[in-house]
Design a binder for this molecule. Structure first.
Ligand code: ADE
Length: 212
């Protein structure tokens, strides 16, 4: 899956995409990450990307034209890619969205807003707007990383165990949670592993997990 990120801060992604499963996904050719630095699509000699809001107000907004130029450059590489915009005004991002995006097997173009926001006209070029929680972040980079992580881990072949993406939190619907798990030692300080997990009785273990 080709994932293109439009950002003023591509270096923020280095650690997250360069380690663990997201790195392995790229290494195995299951995901491909690339970055378009919005500054490269800025206007004039100083590559301007932001301006003050009409009607007044604090801060600066990302201008529509640099964003459209960047989206068009990304679309030239991957014409059928879906354009995502993280924004506190979007619909709540859920596991069902991650599953849908992973299953669609289409490329993604993720825009990372900054400053006080963006010119609303950019939404004409956007397929989906997502809010990743009821709080406000300084930009779209962290939401973009969350979306990438949640989608890429669901691409077949990315996670080790065939079942590990299936039998876990939020799979059946958007609310169920994973059962508690334990590893060695059997007893730590005064806390012991539930005895049913040591019983070897798979039916009982499944029943216990379903109830936990
Ligand atoms: N940008 C800033 N805060 C955000 C949020 N909660 N979700 C998505 N994008 C955001």
């Amino acid at each position: 899956m080709k994932i293109q990120v439009i950002t003023l801060f591509p270096e923020m992604f280095t650690g997250v995409l360069g380690n663990s499963m997201l790195w392995k996904a790229a290494n195995r050719g299951l995901a491909e990450y690339s970055f378009l630095n919005l500054r490269d699509f800025g206007l004039g000699p100083r590559n301007q990307v932001d301006d003050t809001p009409y009607g007044g107000g604090d801060g600066m907004l990302l201008m529509v034209e640099p964003l459209v130029r960047a989206i068009e450059a990304a679309k030239a590489v991957d014409p059928t890619a879906q354009v995502l915009l993280p924004t506190p005004r979007g619909k709540v991002y859920r596991q069902s969205d991650a599953k849908r995006l992973a299953a669609a097997n289409q490329g993604l173009i993720i825009i990372c807003p900054r400053y006080e926001g963006y010119d609303e006209r950019i939404t004409t070029w956007v397929d989906e707007q997502f809010c990743i929680g009821s709080y406000v972040l300084t930009g779209g980079e962290l939401p973009a990383m969350i979306i990438i992580d949640s989608v890429v881990r669901l691409i077949p072949g990315v996670l080790g165990g065939a079942e590990s993406a299936e039998i876990e939190s939020f799979q059946a619907d958007d609310t169920s949670i994973e059962f508690p798990q334990y590893t060695r030692p059997e007893t730590f300080q005064t806390m012991s592993v539930p005895s049913v997990l040591l019983s070897g009785n798979h039916a009982e273990i499944a029943k216990w997990r379903a109830q936990s």
